[in-house]
Design a protein around this ligand. Sequence first.
Ligand code: SPD
Length: 429
Amino acid sequence: MNALGRHILVEFSGCNAEVLNDVSIIERSMIEAAQIAGATVINSTFHHFSPWGVSGVVVIQESHLAIHTWPEYRYAAVDLFTCGDSVDPWVSFEHLKKAFQANYSAIEMNRGSLHVIKKSDFQPQHIRTKPSFDLEKGFQIERNVWFTDKDENQALSLRYTGEVLFDETNPFQRVRVLDSYSHGKFLAINNMVMCTERDEFHYHEMISHPIMQAHGNAKNILVIGGGDGGTIRELFKYNQVEKVTMVEIDESVIRASKEHLPNIASEFGNSKLNLIIGDGIQFVKEAAANSYDVIIVDGSDPVGPAQGLFTAEFYNNCKNALKEGGMIITQGESPMFHEGTFVELNQCLKGIFGKSQVHTMLFHATTYPSGMWSLQMGVKGNTHPAKDFNKDKARQFSNDKSLKYYNEDLHAAAFALPTFVRKMLGENA
Ligand code: SPD
């Protein structure tokens, strides 16, 4: 080759659109493509974009492989550039063609033609005497792969190792466990973060303890969703609890959590747990009236099977299943990220429980988009959950159980809403 490098510009068309939208598969395929061709991989950086598409580059000792995908066109633009003769970029090309199930057109250019450029006598001032890598171990690949939970305009991203610990798609949803650098392992459903090892206690303590402390003596509890197990873990901290019925539609969430998030899934063996794999919406429709002290709706966002958890029919049935004096709490989305759903859910609950019987809490959800998340509570009775709770008992409980987020002061404080949120909910003081 009478040139410094070979550059193949590839048009991959008719590709598998799901593959082109999957940052993990693309990163893995690009690294494999480099390695199969005999290149030495130095690092990789890949991002998933909003609303879809992936960009990334694998830096190799012999230059780079780069990609940008348009899943909606089933198209990917790929550059394969290698210096010297040791790596054949067409080997990488063949690998990617199979991985993306693609049609293609490609052209090869020689880069740095030696007919045109001539070597100068330039000598770098500082030449390393030692190589920048350990010859014994080879290069350590630095991977830079990001999971992004987003809508069209906002996102929260976590960098993860690139390894996929659990990945199953069933008729309900896609369930994954990935390993992030900042927040440990995390559970994702349909590209949305559900919980991370590092901050899951914020959510699980706040969906459980304010309602349990406000009720004061809940013995029979229903949990809809909650397949990761974090909510039941918190509920079984109460000695008075006699039975927790949990209805989770997707057994793979439970399996993923038991396998990879054992500190969250620690109470599935509890003898007071009545675990039902089934549809929580149907379950409350058929539930006997006046059965439960507390109902906790620990669902996902309103896409896929969780959509029905945001309807008046569902909450009417829940109210019917609650005993007199009973209380329900539901994850209420975010006033900053899902204003519409947040407000609609609040109106829906007020229509069912009454305006003064619905109370909204906010808490810090550091790995949910916007970081501000809500829990909305409906009361079948006259208790005010922020005022009518036993502060001393709450203090004692949070100390005895070494809780990390909830405490007696936060209990009341969580119900205090910023002015803009009050306005959204029509709750001007
Ligand atoms: N956007 C995330 C909302 C998730 C609510 N459920 C989380 C499940 C944790 N048990």
